[in-house]
Design a protein around this ligand. Structure first.
Ligand code: GLN
Length: 230
């Protein structure tokens, strides 16, 4: 930084059960989101302190003034734009259906009649499920974090789950979960870093400048390459 905002310290909300974006390893927070916001803070000259919470609590905590910034694999949506301002997009994602490896019955939304679909509270996956449960005749079962939702399908209590493609692909390859993705991507979306709407133009400007600097220097690609195989 050039001194103007030197020393500013921001509280950053994170969802720490969301590898490869944010997770805990040997008692430290790590992952794409953690590395990106840490590098942005460094190149823009501000300090950060992480505040881990369930994903569904993050936007309310921004609104309550308990967080200054949120980075949580959070998809940029029009609905959220009513209450938060997003940075420039930093990652392309999208939702997919996930079933247990031995399931041969379910491939599309049309196969969900009478089935139970596990989702995570407050996510775009939960929103998608609610918007489609009537038309396709499935029941929604809600969980507070992704591991609990994965567990529900692994142990047969739910037939399907809906998760962001890069997250479930990483979970399957890294932790050998007995799950598989099926069908086409349900949507396409992009992740953004969020601040409370209308209150934080300065920090948002710094975040966008920092992100651009990481892209220009190649550090952005290095961070992604650490966690995601080409
Ligand atoms: N990308 C999804 C959303 O924004 C899920 C985020 C998450 O579970 N951390 O709702």
């Amino acid at each position: 930084g050039d001194g103007g905002s030197e020393g500013a310290k921001y509280t950053v909300g994170i969802d720490t059960t969301y590898p490869p974006f944010e997770f805990e390893e040997d008692g430290e927070y790590t992952g794409i989101d953690i590395d990106l916001i840490t590098a942005i803070a460094e190149n823009q000259g501000f300090e950060i302190e992480f505040s881990p919470m369930d994903f569904s609590g993050i936007i309310p905590a921004l609104q309550a003034g308990q967080l200054d910034i949120a980075i949580a694999g959070m998809s940029i949506t029009d609905e959220r734009k009513n209450v938060v301002d997003f940075s420039d997009p930093y990652f392309d994602a999208g939702l997919t259906l996930v079933v247990s490896s031995d399931n041969t019955e379910i491939e599309t939304l049309e196969d969900l009649q009478g089935k139970t679909v596990a989702v995570k509270s407050g996510t775009t996956g939960a929103e998608f499920a609610r918007a489609n449960e009537g038309e396709y005749g499935f029941t929604v079962s809600q969980f507070e974090d992704s591991p609990s939702m994965f567990q529900e399908v692994s142990n047969g209590n739910a037939d399907v789950l809906i998760e962001d493609y890069p997250v479930i692909a990483y979970a399957i390859s890294e932790s050998g979960l007995d799950l598989k993705t099926v069908g086409e991507r349900l949507n396409g979306d992009q992740y953004g870093i969020a601040v409370l709407k209308g209150e934080n133009a300065d920090v948002l400007e710094q975040i966008n400048a920092g992100l651009q600097e990481l892209r220009d220097s190649g550090e952005y690609d290095e961070i992604l390459g650490k966690y995601i195989a080409e």
